[in-house]
Write a protein that binds this ligand. Structure first.
Ligand code: NIG
Ligand code: FE
Length: 412
């Protein structure tokens, strides 16, 4: 294993089993009876405890892992956790027989959250988002993606992204921001979707790019969202500003949004329950990550499973995320998503854990620095009170997190 100069180490973990997650999705990349050294916020050395090179006992803080397990800090690569209000009323309506689409078409759904989000002040949005982020963090999450998309006007989209940025000062979590102006059609643009897309591309995007409020752009490509032509306009505008691309596609129907995103070298396509084999192949060719969102599948009582076997056969990386949002997944638990990825989507525990570590990182364009226990990677580390990694997926409700390190510093 690699070493850096011994005197540079600040912390050395010993007596710890490592699930490095750097071996591909069918394996945890286990190093039993391992050790891991941290230097300047990065992983400086890891390997078998018996192979630790000589180090200066007086300079290095040694932590006895007491036979626990360590994984990379978890990554939740798809959330909408900044929003105003909630949609418990809609949840009730759905239980009285209305569908998610019917509610959206009748002016509820995303648009009702837009009204509440426009009304909320930055401080109110921050205060309501913080407990959601805290809930994720307590379960071992050290990196979170947050989308805009409940403003649908320039001011509120910017307000959401600013709040998302402020969250990073409140908790030791890396926040990646995504501009989702094309999430739904605001009422003031009823029957004028193309004009709204003009606003997204010609006014919102330049401002957001210029103020560096997001580095990625997302579109909800769907019957109740935007069609392929509109989606493509947003992608091409994003590319002209040098922003990365993601898509919400094939969630409720197969419009071809994923294949379009592949043409634009998107990082990921998310949801994809209705994705065809051709769509899967397009993802493989473009090295896109498939982000599966079992919380939305569960909460909307969907029955169409994502094409897991085809994704496996074509070698597409699979990430798992919460999709935290008020309409389709009001669930702030990535640990529950691990369980659901296995029970609902039949992923193996190793695949599920890869989905919140190495492939969560890949979905965010962070695979060179996060999501693996690898020398040179950020020392975002979760230490777990478990006897084997599969327990992270198997049991739910007893948080097994023992401690959490963010860039080498103990934060929980
Ligand atoms: O990821 N699909 C579109 N966007 C969200 C749902 C947003 C909402 O219903 O508020 C999702 O499921
Ligand atoms: Fe989403």
């Amino acid at each position: 294993m690699h070493t850096s100069h011994k005197s540079h180490w600040q912390t050395l973990w010993i007596n710890i089993h490592l699930a490095t997650m750097n071996d591909g999705s069918n394996s945890y990349g286990v190093i039993e009876q391992g050790a891991l050294a941290i230097s300047e916020g990065k992983i400086a050395w890891l390997g078998k405890e018996q192979d630790i090179p000589p180090f200066d006992q007086h300079q290095v803080e040694v932590i006895d892992g007491q036979g626990r397990w360590m994984t990379p800090g978890f990554i939740d690569c798809h959330t909408h956790l900044v929003y105003g209000g909630n949609r418990a009323n809609e949840f009730e309506m759905r239980l009285q027989g209305k569908s998610y689409q019917e509610i959206a078409q009748a002016g509820g759904g995303i648009v009702s959250t837009v009204t509440a989000t426009r009304k909320a002040t930055e401080a109110q949005l921050l205060a309501s988002a913080l407990p959601r982020l805290m809930a994720l963090h307590r379960e071992g999450v050290t990196t979170v993606e947050i989308k805009s998309g409940y403003g649908l006007d320039t001011l509120t989209e910017i307000k959401m992204l600013k709040v998302a940025g402020q969250l990073a000062a409140k908790l030791p979590v890396t926040i990646k921001r995504t501009f989702l102006g094309a999430h739904a059609l605001p009422i003031e643009y009823k029957d004028q979707a193309d004009d709204y897309i003009d606003l997204v591309c010609d006014e919102m995007m330049p401002k957001i790019a210029e103020q560096q409020l997001a580095d990625t752009v997302d579109v909800f490509c769907e019957g109740i969202g935007f069609d392929l032509k509109q989606t493509e306009r947003v992608f091409s505008s994003a590319r002209s500003y040098g922003l990365a691309i993601k898509v919400h596609a094939e969630q409720l129907s197969d419009l071809g949004g994923t294949a379009l995103a592949a043409k634009y070298q998107a990082l990921s396509s998310d949801h994809i329950e209705f994705l065809s084999l051709d769509g899967v192949k397009a993802m493989a060719d473009a090295d896109m990550t498939a982000v599966l969102l079992p919380g939305a599948f569960y909460f909307l009582r969907e029955t169409q499973l994502p094409p897991i076997d085809a994704l496996r056969k074509q070698g597409v990386a699979i990430a798992i995320a919460t999709d935290v949002n008020p309409g389709s997944s009001p669930i702030c638990s990535l640990q529950l998503m691990l369980n659901m990825a296995c029970t609902l989507f039949k992923l193996t525990p190793a695949e599920a854990i890869a989905g919140v570590t190495c492939y969560g990182a890949k979905a965010l364009g962070l695979s060179a620095s996060k999501g693996q226990l690898t020398v040179g990677f950020d020392a975002d580390l979760a230490c777990w009170n478990i006897e084997q990694p599969a327990e992270l997926c198997y049991q739910f409700g007893v948080n097994p997190l023992s401690s959490l390190f963010k860039v080498g510093i103990k934060v929980l």
